[in-house]
Design a protein around this ligand. Structure first.
Ligand SMILES: NC(=O)c1ccc[n+]([C@@H]2O[C@H](COP(=O)([O-])OP(=O)(O)OC[C@H]3O[C@@H](n4cnc5c(N)ncnc54)[C@H](OP(=O)(O)O)[C@@H]3O)[C@@H](O)[C@H]2O)c1
Length: 337
């Protein structure tokens, strides 16, 4: 970073440990010299809120080890300085996951400084704000879809179950699968949001209770050609046992539970594939390929119904909401002010 830039300040959320063992969040001024040494300095214009940010903002040591810290695993903005020929000042770029917002100062600040290997050029046909409507959640939904397709799950093979459907990953999985012709059954704990899910393209909506089997049977009636699961626990166990012959299940999240109580019968009697999603370390070529799909073939035309936009100052309440499982769709953070 050029020396005369070092003292420049910018606005950021800073989470710090308090004397009573809790964590507080404030919007304060940081200076560029507080950022890590990085190859690309990016002026962040938009970020977005993910479940992991909620964990980082509340002292979850599995996500962030050291505080004070600025969360935000997603950022979209404009390159201000670059030590790499791959990017020039003025380029519009996206950074999602890797270590951003975990132990590297993240997108809830107006500047980030990151390795060049984390930076994705903004795909044509997508604005910076739109890219953050998707963010890590939409990208992860995209990874699930591409991986189900790689297992040969086509729209003609039957219904796709999406769990945690009103959440960030779930809502984008519902909308993008529906856009490309899949018949989606959405699972939600918020049955009052049934119409929201139908408007996204779900053909059926069921409650969490209806998606949870408690009989303990090793196999249930085969209903799903594929599954995008964002919640884990009993709902994932039920989904695997309800997947049809040679179907596939993408396991992406654990908001309900990290546990999975099943036996091997779905795998050895039905040939079901369990696909793991690790968006944090997904290789760059797969990442770029997924962004291209998102910006093109899967592009959603009415993103506004899936997002709300808030300022850095208004983010506090949204963090509490996502941790309580009450978020609907995605929150885009506007850092242009
Ligand atoms: N593996 C990866 O690379 C990757 C990438 C992105 C996210 N994730 C993970 O995916 C999960 C979802 O992330 P997100 O950003 O979509 O979070 P989110 O916006 O908070 O959505 C989660 C949704 O899950 C449902 N839910 C909440 N509590 C639940 C419970 N106790 N039992 C069952 N369902 C519950 C709710 O939807 P309904 O009310 O509609 O049921 C909620 O809206 C998180 O665990 C996140 O860490 C993983």
């Amino acid at each position: 970073m050029e020396k005369d830039m070092d003292r420049k300040t910018f606005k950021a959320m800073v989470v710090q440990a308090t004397a009573d063992g809790k964590y507080s969040r404030q919007i304060t001024d940081k200076s560029l010299e507080e950022l890590p040494e990085g190859e690309v300095l990016i002026k962040v214009l938009y970020s977005s809120l993910n479940y992991k940010d909620g964990l980082s903002a509340t002292g979850h040591k599995g996500v962030t080890k050291n505080y004070p810290h600025t969360p935000g695993i997603d950022a979209a903005g404009v390159v201000e300085q670059s030590l790499s020929d791959a990017f020039q000042p003025g380029d519009e770029v996206i950074v999602t996951s890797y270590d951003l917002g975990m132990n590297t100062s993240g997108g809830f600040g107006q500047y980030i400084s990151v390795p060049v290997a984390w930076v994705v050029p903004l795909p044509g046909n997508l604005s910076l704000k739109e890219s953050m409507a998707y963010g890590s959640a939409g990208l992860s939904a995209g990874f699930c879809i591409l991986k189900l397709q790689a297992q040969g799950i086509t729209s003609g093979q039957g219904d796709i179950l999406v769990t945690g459907a009103t959440g960030g990953v779930g809502s984008f999985a519902v909308a993008m699968l529906a856009k490309i012709g899949y018949h989606v059954c959405a699972v939600t704990g918020k049955m009052k949001e049934r119409q929201f899910l139908m408007d996204l393209g779900a053909k059926a909506v069921i409650s969490r209770d209806d998606a949870t089997d408690t009989t303990g049977k090793p196999l249930l009636k085969g209903r799903w050609a594929g599954v995008v699961d964002t919640v884990g626990g009993d709902i994932l166990a039920t989904a695997i046992r309800s997947t049809k012959q040679h179907g596939a299940v993408a396991s992406c999240g654990n908001v309900a539970s990290p546990d999975l109580h099943i036996n091997v019968y779905p795998f050895i009697l039905r040939g079901i594939t369990l696909i793991g999603i690790d968006s944090q370390r997904t290789p760059m070529d797969f990442r770029r390929r997924t962004w291209e799909k998102i910006a093109d073939e899967w592009k959603l035309t009415d993103l506004d119904r899936q997002i709300s936009v808030c300022s850095l100052e208004a983010l506090d309440v949204e963090i509490d909401r996502i941790l309580a499982g009450k978020q609907k769709g995605r929150v885009v953070v506007d850092l242009t002010g």
